[in-house]
Design a protein around this ligand. Structure first.
Ligand code: FAD
Ligand code: AMP
Length: 477
């Protein structure tokens, strides 16, 4: 095997493996380096997303939602279930199978596309040389015309809550072997809410401690407030303005000290999940003469096209600025591959959907009302509740709403925010509309099948100008 490649990708998470496959499709001799191995030393592809992130969390969210439905919601359809029980180890085994199938699928895709997969930890030296240290400590150097760094992120750990058997991060929280009776979660972000929901549905008493005063502060606040109401009704005890200051673990009980508006408090839990955010992973990655620089927050510094300060060295995914989302990294991977091949591909950073896979789901794209106000943009709002939607009623899921924000002067859709059934799927319609520069009128003139949840998107777009048919419009024109 020659040690010279057209492209070397460091990291085989969604940003890296997608970049590698696209490079190979475009005819470039490509290698992808991944350090992650199983206990038996087998290389594991797919990164955080496939192994300890998006996919296992969604597997557990689906299982726990079905349990919750069977327990509390089948009755409304006339279905009697009797006692419903959850076999946690079976649920975990199912999740593990999904993860195994997907991660081994990446290996097959590499083979099919001719991507050379190399096990080891990559380090970028000067002159686009990549040094790889494998599990046994053997060091090999590879030369590349182009290097794509996709080393991802890892959980932030906070000194008051050091990880252990009972204080865990996302990896631990996706692998509990039994339902903790009392579960604490530090951080009411996406990961904290999703993991808290899984275990609350399975019977844990869940308390979420969040330092910020505002719940889901970067989201549209009307949607965030509605979400908070639902989560509280589901039994999640969400404490805002509660900053964790210390923990003590004794005989399987974690005592958590925190400060809130009433002063110093403490609570006891059987397990504690630390979900206070993620940070870019660059430890040991760059030699002093690599020429690649970090920004002030520790992310690899890149321009709009993911080019670092070194020509021919790129960085994509969680290790660079922007939302830490798998699809954002994947699109950056494709952009970089195609730009290396001489194409002019871009990523539209204004059109990145974000989803919280709780129940109801929350999904958004574009600007929030708060952002538009802060930017002094005049806008119109159209919203429609799922309570007015026949399909949502048929599904016993008539909660939440779709909210469309459109420029007052041009009618261009600037943001769409959804809380409700299948929000994660419905948001794609808004992303497509915004990608094509659609106006609210364009969406309103589009025909949607009846009866579908999507009709709520249609009605919300019509409501922007007071034309919605199935709800009383807020304004009429
Ligand atoms: P990663 O997936 O972190 O992959 C980086 C890879 O690089 C890893 O495999 C690592 O081992 C490897 N690596 C690092 N350094 C080196 C080195 N020096 N040499 C060789 N290999 C190296 N995002 C969504 O879009 N939707 C979701 O529903 C979602 N849910 C999530 C749930 C949880 C619990 C978590 C933790 C995250 C979730 N995310 C979700 C975020 C998503 O997982 C990340 O945005 C995504 O994995 C980032 O992809 P990446 O390729 O940049 O990095
Ligand atoms: P995210 O970055 O979206 O995953 O959210 C992480 C959340 O954790 C943020 O909202 C932080 O405010 C919160 N957080 C960070 N440190 C603490 C702490 N010590 N106590 C409580 N909440 C915290």
């Amino acid at each position: 095997m020659s040690n010279k490649f057209d492209v070397i990708v460091i990291g085989a998470g969604p940003a890296g493996y997608v970049a590698a496959i696209r490079c190979a499709q475009l005819g470039m001799k490509t290698a992808c380096i991944e350090k992650w191995t199983s206990e038996t030393g087998k290389q594991i592809l797919g990164g955080t997303c496939l192994n300890v992130g998006c996919i296992p969390s969604k597997a557990l969210l689906e299982s726990s939602h079905k349990f919750e439905e069977a327990k509390h919601q089948f009755d409304v359809h006339g279905i009697a279930t009797g006692d419903v029980a959850m076999d946690v180890s079976k649920m975990m085994a199912r999740k593990d199978t999904i993860v195994r199938n997907l991660t081994s699928g990446i290996g097959s895709l590499f083979k099919a596309n001719g991507v050379q997969s190399i096990q080891g930890t990559g380090r970028l030296l000067g002159g686009k040389v990549v040094e790889v240290t494998d599990n046994s400590g053997n060091v090999t150097q590879y030369d590349a015309d182009n290097v794509i760094i996709a080393t991802g992120s890892r959980p932030v750990d906070i000194p008051p809550a050091p990880l252990g058997d009972d204080i865990v991060d996302n990896t631990g929280a996706l692998a509990f072997q039994e339902v903790p009776k009392r579960l604490g979660v530090i951080g009411a972000g996406v990961i904290g809410l999703e993991l808290g929901s899984v275990w609350a549905r399975l019977g844990s008493e869940v308390t979420v401690l969040e330092a910020q005063e505002t719940f889901l502060g970067s989201m549209d606040q009307q949607i965030a407030k509605e979400a908070l109401k639902h989560f509280k009704n589901q039994g999640l005890d969400i404490r805002l303005k509660a900053r964790v200051t210390g923990t003590e673990t004794k005989r399987g009980t974690v005592k958590v000290m925190f400060e809130d508006t009433k002063g110093a408090q403490e609570l006891k839990f059987d397990k504690l999940i630390v979900a206070v955010g993620r940070k870019p992973f660059t430890e040991g990655l760059l030699s002093a003469d690599s020429g690649v620089n970090l920004d002030e927050r520790g992310f690899i510094f890149v321009d709009d096209h993911c080019q670092t300060d070194v020509p021919g060295v790129f960085a994509v995914g969680d290790v660079v600025r922007g939302p830490m989302l798998a699809h954002k990294g994947m699109e950056e991977g494709v952009m970089v591959a195609e730009r290396i091949a001489g194409q002019k591909t871009q990523v539209n950073y204004d059109c990145i959907p974000g989803v919280i896979y709780t129940h109801p789901e929350i999904a958004s794209v574009g600007k929030t009302e708060e952002q538009l106000k802060a930017e002094g943009v005049e806008y119109n709002v159209g919203s429609c509740p799922f309570a007015a939607n026949g399909r949502a009623m048929a599904a016993n899921a008539a909660v939440g709403q779709v909210k469309v924000l459109a420029d007052a002067a041009t009618d261009r859709v600037l943001g769409v925010h959804i809380i409700g059934p299948q929000a994660s799927e419905l948001i794609a319609q808004a992303v497509i509309a915004m990608e094509f520069g659609a106006s609210a009128e364009d969406l309103g003139l589009t025909m949607f099948a009846h009866p579908t949840l999507s009709e709520t998107m249609h009605e919300a777009a019509l409501a922007v100008h007071g034309h919605a048919i199935h709800i009383a419009n807020r304004k009429k024109r």
